[in-house]
Design a protein around this ligand. Structure first.
Ligand code: FAQ
Length: 309
């Protein structure tokens, strides 16, 4: 059987492609793009919440937040390893991130202005991430699909901690409730943008569905997220900032308002509120960490020499 046919058969039978299997160049580059973008999102995604670690209102909240941000670092490293199984070079991926040649999720280009944002990121941003990533546990590329299983478990925990934080604030003072509502008002629409452009404008969806990398379209998952979030917002006692949001009995889904795609394009092309700051911070951390990488490499060399002698 030709390599190409083997590849097609593996996909047709819903089996996983593994690092040593032959895949077409376009499959490989799509997977590297998607995994790298995901890894970069986890690493850049540490910044908005990391901003509140030193100002968390209690030791308990600080410990929780510290652990969550550490988990995000772990996800990033895990995903870079998955990209390496496709032949990508980790240093090159970082270089592409800090020079703007590879993307990360639009959501992390918005500022975290209050502590309520920590709760809302957990609830909505991790919630959207889970909604998007659970189907990716069945993605056709084995190392990525397996990474998604572990990552989704941790994201579920993150989502619950965010919701619990918000529940606590909603049981608090009038000012705390207002703080939660104001935060929801800022994060709702950017969370919907996390699912990517509308299907009609999504350049990769059709091919990625054919290769069973993606299992649902961007709009399908966005709809699933809206339907999931409405009862959660009700239980919390907040209003989602969309006057057009209502149940459509015929479709058995919620209708919702038009997303500001011009804003999405601006943010993705580098002109969001915090793009420059996020990338500059990442670059500074990378540059300042050069001595650690050099020391680790020297240590590994020494160990090799010792073992060799
Ligand atoms: N932001 O043709 P499509 C997290 C780009 S969760 C920026 O629809 P595709 C957890 C796209 O890359 C966030 N760029 O693309 C966490 C493509 O660019 P290109 C990360 C976006 O791949 C929580 C172009 O637009 N999750 O980190 C965005 O089929 C809390 C055309 O789009 C993942 O990465 C966007 N929102 O579908 C961490 C999940 N949307 O290269 C910390 C895996 C699209 O052609 C705190 N990825 N683009 O110029 C995916 O599921 C997919 O890649 C999509 C996009 C659905 C994001």
């Amino acid at each position: 059987m030709s390599l190409e046919l083997q590849f097609e058969e593996t996909i047709a039978h819903d089996q996983r492609l593994e690092p040593r299997d032959w895949v077409p160049d376009a499959y490989r580059s799509t997977m590297v793009r998607m995994i790298a973008q995901h890894a970069h999102s986890e690493i850049i995604g540490m910044q908005p919440e990391g901003n509140w670690i030193t100002r968390a209102p209690s030791l308990r909240r600080k410990a929780i937040l510290l652990a969550k941000v550490q988990d995000e670092a772990g996800h990033g490293l895990y995903l870079y390893s998955a990209a390496e199984t496709l032949g990508a070079d980790r240093a090159e991926l970082t270089e592409k991130l800090v020079t703007g040649r590879q993307k990360y999720s639009s959501i992390f280009n918005y500022p975290t202005l209050t502590f309520a944002d920590v709760g809302v990121i957990g609830w909505l941003v991790d919630g959207a991430a889970i909604c998007n990533q659970v189907p990716l546990c069945r993605s056709s590329y084995g190392p990525y699909a397996r990474a998604m299983i572990r990552i989704c478990k941790e994201e579920s925990f993150h989502q619950r901690q965010g919701y619990e934080l918000l529940m606590t604030m909603m049981r608090g003072t009038e000012q705390q409730r207002a703080m939660v509502q104001e935060s929801v008002d800022r994060w709702w629409w950017p969370s919907l943008m996390m699912f990517g452009p509308p299907d009609a404008d999504s350049s990769h969806t059709a091919q990625s569905m054919e290769w069973k990398i993606k299992r649902h379209t961007n709009d399908e998952l966005r709809q699933r997220f809206v339907d999931m979030s409405v009862p959660q917002a009700d239980a919390l006692g907040v209003t989602l900032p969309d006057p057009d949001l209502r149940w459509n009995a015929e479709r058995e889904h919620h209708d919702f308002g038009e997303i500001d795609w011009a804003e999405f394009k601006q943010v993705v092309s580098g002109n969001g509120p915090c793009n420059a700051q996020r990338v500059a911070h990442r670059k500074a951390a990378h540059d300042e960490g050069a001595w650690v990488r050099e020391a680790a490499a020297a240590h590994a060399r020494k160990n090799d020499e010792r073992r060799g002698s």
